[in-house]
Design a binder for this molecule. Structure first.
Ligand code: NDP
Length: 285
């Protein structure tokens, strides 16, 4: 069994991006800029946002964190996004989710200029992804594809099962595996016999948020296991997969922490540099 070491790969990608950014800044005399808009105080988001800012600064991206009180109106937030869309120094915009209840996430996210939508959550980027066109792909599934590629794991013709169908992980993951010629099944809360489905998987991606959802008896021998879940286990973090026992059956497996998480950030930085490069070359999506 081989551990899919997301942390090492993330460090490698960040090192490469740092060198690339330095060369591009030399060429264009403009630094890449990213804005992260955080509305309200969500502790989990705050840790994630801090990590994003630190990683962006490391690779040479100016990361601007804009915090707004949860009482801000949707109109005021949309106005802020309009300003960031027009800001020449900002090449990528992230609006941290979830937003307060009085806001319509769809409306807010779709206000981001698609050329600055580095999360790939806007409707245009999503539509392009589902049409197999060039776009900004959501960071978590993009990071997973980078990880599988780094270990030369063949996707073409493989049975791939994705457990979870959220708009930010499960659905785009399924589509990205399909674009790589895997045969894809997406399971969810109403899947009747989950074990029957997961047992067929050569590649199993689990993105649910339930500790020990996937046990060793649910996994095909020699399967590749990607655990996206982040769950609290006392003072520790764990995924959705029973790592100890599943790792005895699998050929490859991601640890939690140190698997998918660090790659999500690396993929987001990669998207930011792409957005910057595109702008500098006068191109659009
Ligand atoms: P959501 O809560 O949006 O989606 C969870 C999905 O799991 C839903 O589609 C739900 O189905 C499905 N589900 C729930 N229970 C079951 C079950 N018993 N069997 C099968 N499917 C089930 O979560 P996210 O996609 O945003 O995140 C999933 C996990 O990944 C979380 O733990 C999150 O913290 C983590 N995460 C980690 C990231 C990283 O960088 N490592 C990035 C993003 C998320 P239904 O649609 O029917 O309700």
């Amino acid at each position: 069994m081989t551990i899919l070491d997301g942390k090492s790969l993330s460090n490698k990608i960040k090192g490469e991006l740092k060198a690339k950014v330095s060369a591009l800044v030399e060429q264009y005399q403009v630094k890449p800029g990213m804005a992260i808009v955080e509305v309200g105080n969500d502790t989990a988001s705050e840790i994630y946002v801090r990590n994003k800012v630190r990683a962006a600064n490391f690779v040479g991206i100016n990361a601007r964190l804009i915090k707004k009180d949860s009482s801000i109106s949707q109109e005021e937030l949309l106005k802020l996004i309009d300003e960031l869309n027009a800001d020449e120094g900002i090449h990528g915009i992230i609006v941290q989710l979830p937003l307060p209840k009085h806001m319509d996430e769809r409306v807010v996210i779709d206000r981001i200029d698609p050329n600055k939508d580095i999360d790939g959550f806007g409707i245009l980027n999503k539509g392009k992804l589902f049409s197999g066109m060039k776009c900004f792909q959501p960071a978590t599934p993009l990071g997973i594809i980078k990880l599988l590629d780094a270990y030369n794991i063949e996707l073409k013709g493989k049975e791939a099962v994705v457990v979870g169908r959220s708009n930010i992980v499960g659905k785009p993951m399924g589509m990205m595996l399909l674009l790589r010629d895997a045969t894809v099944t997406i399971a969810h809360r109403y899947t009747v016999d989950l074990k029957k489905i997961t047992k067929e998987a050569d590649i199993l991606v689990v993105a649910v948020g339930k500790k020990d959802l996937i046990t060793a008896d649910m996994v095909k021998p020699r399967a590749v296991i990607v655990d996206v879940g982040i769950n609290r286990d006392g003072d520790k973090i764990c995924g959705d997969v029973d790592f100890e026992n599943v790792s005895k059956v699998a050929s490859y497996i991601t640890p939690v922490p140190g698997g998918v998480g660090p790659l999500t950030i690396a993929a987001l930085l990669d998207n930011t540099v792409k957005a910057y490069e595109q702008k500098m070359q006068g191109l659009t999506l």
